[in-house]
Design a protein around this ligand. Sequence first.
Ligand SMILES: [Zn+2]
Ligand SMILES: [Zn+2]
Length: 185
Amino acid sequence: MFDTRELGRRPGAQRKLQRSVPAPAGLGIDVLGVSEGSDIELALRLESVMEGVLASGTARVLLTGECVRCLEPLEQQLDVDFQELYAFPESEIEEDEASRLEGDLLDLEPVVRDAVVLALPYQPVCSDDCPGLCPQCGARLADDPDHQHEAAIDPRWAALATVVPDDQNDTDEVAGSPRRPEVKE
Ligand SMILES: [Zn+2]
Ligand SMILES: [Zn+2]
């Protein structure tokens, strides 16, 4: 909640604020979010306009979660911009076109919440080229790039080795594919 009284109601009046507020609960998605109570750094500009108060600014949050590929915990700073018109209680602006001032107070939480959730990466990764986990033993491949299993051919690869030539034969026979065995001159 921010008090807009000091701003005055003369259109054009402006006020800039820096504020640190504790994050509300449930800000985020399953794999990534803002820890409840962690600091949200707000850089806020309030501007008095005809219909009410225009609030715009940036919220900086610290996201915690895990990489969807390797499940390693991750932390990520996120800056989101927001802008919202808070209409005077007596304003005739439609409900869905603007938020409302509550007396002289404006409630920034829903606006910041929407901005953060919209900006969350859908599939957070610890790094863009995270190779994930070994499908055989679950080891984290980024920790061990040369990781391999030499003892036996993975049964899935063995299966592929027999499937692929069959597929090609089918195509040649059934569809009369123009693909011919390559003859090198
Ligand atoms: Zn990862
Ligand atoms: Zn492995």
